[in-house]
Design a protein around this ligand. Sequence first.
Ligand SMILES: [Zn+2]
Length: 230
Amino acid sequence: MIRNENFRIRTHIIKRLILGNRCRICAKTSELNKDICDDCSVEKIRVPQEILLSFSFTDKNFDNLTAPFYYDEPVRKCIHNFKYKNFKPAAEFLTAELTEVISRDFKDETPDFITCVPMTKIRRFRKNYNHGEVLIKYISKAFSMENTPRLLKKIRNTRPQVALSGKERRENLKGAFAVNQKFDVKNKTILICDDVITTESTLEECAKTLKKAGAKRVICAVCALNNNNF
Ligand SMILES: [Zn+2]
């Protein structure tokens, strides 16, 4: 079916009238003219740009990092709605914010690939989708680029990171990823997008894998930073 912009807007308005308007962050019903309800102010949890600029990457495998928010309410709820309830307006809100910080903080970067943290084939099959793939679909569209969700592969199962200490997390992920042979990353800049950075272990291991394969720069954009670590 061919859908033009007018059709899309009309459908959106009809949906709102029938189903009511839902806040893009908490998914509760909100006033018709508001995309975000009065309870969901995000200004207090925005990461100040000077904090991002103060990060040092000398001892890291990745070379740059940006994020719009700290991992706190109401963004925590928004990420939950996006990841576990497949709530599309939450995905749209998060990726619009990500796009903005990428444009602002990575204006001197020229990524050759946009990718996400991979899952093992079995886990992806069980979950039916990888939320990282959804993020990069939106982000690559915003920058008129192709997205490459299969650039990295997860080649073995790992324990859930949540209950592990920093050192255990690094050990747990060692050698868990590989670069897909279909792609040549030599001398390339790779942008990895993810939802939350809790410790840097996952992005560090992805970046290490890419650097070993010859990548020139690895830059990371996440929806939220854990405020205990940053
Ligand atoms: Zn709300």
